[in-house]
Ligand binder design. Structure first.
Ligand code: PGA
Length: 252
């Protein structure tokens, strides 16, 4: 069985001093726990802090992640950051298609697919986020929505698809304290697993993370589901004790 992956998504939080304090505590916690041997851990940080965090996680077993990547490889795209630039800072993961970017920046399925493609071609693993809104869930469209979102990425990335990470993040559960029940989450994860299986013979390699108010109290149950291979953690990743508890839940 593959190790679970616990990735923190700091979103637009932190600062030089706060990052230092948080990572100091996480590093110390991991050094004292066996957990680090049984779960992969990553932190996806604001781009301006990649260099700081790269230095702070060196030798700790914590991988570095970004929260977005450009659809372009280089050139006149003011404000954008390319996958190759992320690679320069030893970035292993880049979140693509987070619902906050789809919602507030109008990112489309096609753009998310291009972002995944750019990341893969630079050797950065895209964490592809999919998830339905509350209205879509209530209309019985959950499966249709997540399959459409993942299909765009599969279509654009062909045989590389086994190299991605998928994160199922129901939009209504993000930052709301409302979590999908383990059974609800598992049902969607099973759908996504099936879709990946149809696309690649190496689908078992793909981590499918759950995200959306995963916390120290509910992590064990969610992570016990057969198709939940880890978590993408927002709010709870900003508190070292909570993040460490989730990591140790992933080591069970
Ligand atoms: P949350 O965020 O854990 O704060 O709900 C998760 C995410 O948006 O990645």
């Amino acid at each position: 069985m593959k190790q679970k992956l616990i990735a923190g998504n700091w979103k637009m939080n932190g600062g030089l001093a706060a990052n230092e304090a948080l990572l100091h505590d996480v590093r110390q916690g991991l050094a004292h726990a066996l957990a680090s041997k049984h779960a992969q851990v990553a932190v996806c940080v604001p781009a301006v802090y990649l260099s700081q965090v790269q230095q702070m996680v060196a030798g700790s077993g914590i991988d570095l992640g970004a929260q977005d990547v450009s659809i372009h490889a280089q050139g006149a795209y003011t404000g954008e950051i390319s996958a190759a630039m992320l690679k320069d800072f030893a970035v292993r993961y880049a979140i693509v298609g987070h619902s906050e970017r789809r919602q507030y920046h109008g990112e489309t399925d096609a753009q998310v697919a291009l972002k995944a493609q750019q990341a893969l071609s630079a050797g950065v693993t895209p964490i592809v986020c999919v998830g339905e809104t509350l209205a879509e869930r209530e209309a019985g469209k959950t499966e249709e929505v997540v399959k459409r979102q993942l299909a765009a990425v599969i279509h654009a990335n062909g045989h590389c698809i086994s190299e991605i990470v998928v994160a199922y993040e129901p939009v209504w559960a993000i930052g709301t304290g409302q979590t999908a029940s383990p059974e609800e989450a598992q049902a969607v994860h099973a759908v996504l697993r099936g879709q990946l299986k149809a696309a690649t013979e190496h689908s078992d390699r793909v981590h499918i993370l759950y995200g959306g108010s995963m916390n120290a109290a509910n992590a064990v149950e969610l992570l016990a589901q057969p198709d939940i291979d880890g978590g993408l953690i927002g709010g709870a990743a900003l508190k070292a004790a909570d993040f460490l508890t989730i990591i140790s839940a992933a080591a069970h």
